[in-house]
Design a protein around this ligand. Structure first.
Ligand code: UDP
Ligand code: MG
Length: 332
């Protein structure tokens, strides 16, 4: 078969470019950010919309973005409370109408200068252009260790391929956006879902910038909780490990029992062993509680899913492309 190069997507530059920006307490720089982002995307396409999802900010982010929506191509969506970045991203994806959609943070950490390269790759036929951190070495050792452990746990040969160190800064083709929006789960771990849907993907190694103001909203604890969501949503390895631990302990205790019988019958020795007994009981209770906890983590996720609550609620929407609100907002 002759491998013909795929035709360029919209070589005339006539395509709709959407951006999705989740924002939680970003008042200090969001105005500047939206001005610069608009200039950047307008240089790539005449038809742009920037969906800003205010994830229940307690500062002036909402007022500033709503004002910016009067003179910039901004579609402002306000969630009824803080639902977390994953839900905010989903709200943005549900609202974005572009042929391709760029997801990026509102804190200038994702360099805007990378967007033209992403769009170029998309035009060349790539469905998802993700970015990877080229400089992980500067992160605290514990965080690096945690992320290594995480990627080891979720890696699988046949399931979703989650590229290590790939962030949320990425460009998605319309087909990927539609596929993501069609996934029914409530507990959304976006990095996993991007991998799960597949499509032609390509990574760009980039250097992330420093946050311009304020600080990261993700504490080590919230990162760990996000990782737990990711692992339970994409892997049953922890359950297998529990089973293997149980199997290992059973085999060892069976051998120990055999040895005790042998000692008593043939060597005539009694094993004095209150301390050993106590240690063994404590050890086993520990293993059982950990196992129960791991199983409980999965049961908890199932509980979340069966409730079928909407992933987010919208309390206000203005600007370009704003949709009329249903009572209580669009339930998703
Ligand atoms: N964010 C959000 N909801 C949250 C936490 C964060 O929408 O509950 C947004 C935040 O405004 C920013 C992006 O997600 O645009 C990334 O957050 P942050 O910079 O705090 O995280 P980090 O860069 O450390 O991953
Ligand atoms: Mg950031």
């Amino acid at each position: 078969m002759i491998d013909t190069p795929p035709a360029l997507r919209h070589p005339d530059g006539k395509f709709r470019l959407s951006c999705v920006v989740p924002a939680y307490n970003e008042a200090q720089q969001i105005d500047d950010f939206l001005t610069q982002l608009t200039a950047m995307v307008r240089s790539l396409s005449d038809d742009v919309d920037i969906v800003v999802v205010n994830d229940g900010s307690s500062d002036d982010t909402g007022a500033i973005v709503a004002r910016a929506a009067q003179h910039l191509p901004v579609h402002y969506i306000e969630l009824s409370r803080n639902f977390g970045k994953e839900a905010a991203l989903q709200a943005g994806l549900d609202a974005a109408t572009g042929d391709c959609v760029v997801l990026l943070d509102a804190d200038f950490q994702h360099p805007l200068s990378v967007i033209p390269r992403m769009v170029e790759r998309w035009q060349a036929g790539v469905d998802m252009v993700y970015t990877t951190k080229a400089d992980r070495d500067q992160e605290p050792a514990l965080r690096r260790l945690g992320s290594r452990l995480f990627y080891r746990l979720v890696a699988s040969r046949h399931g979703a391929q989650i590229p290590a160190d790939a962030g949320d800064f990425r460009l998605l083709d319309r087909c990927v956006v539609d596929a993501l929006c069609a996934l029914p789960e409530r507990n959304r771990f976006m990095k996993g879902l991007y991998g799960w849907v597949g499509f032609r993907s390509e990574g760009l190694a980039i250097t992330m910038e420093e946050r311009v103001s304020g600080e990261s909203k993700f504490s080590p604890l919230s990162l760990a909780s996000l990782a737990a969501t990711g692992v339970t949503a994409f892997s049953v390895k922890p359950l297998r490990m529990v089973m293997l631990a149980g199997l290992g302990i059973s085999v060892i205790s069976f051998l120990m029992a055999l040895w005790i019988v042998f000692e008593k019958l043939f060597l005539g020795q009694e094993i004095p062993g209150f301390a050993t007994l106590a240690a063994a009981v404590f050890f086993l209770s520990g293993v059982q509680l950990i196992s129960l906890g791991i199983v409980g983590e999965y049961v908890g996720r199932i509980f979340e899913e069966v409730k079928q609550r909407p992933r987010y609620l919208i309390s206000r929407e203005t600007g370009t492309g704003a949709r009329p609100l249903q009572p209580g907002g669009p339930h998703r």
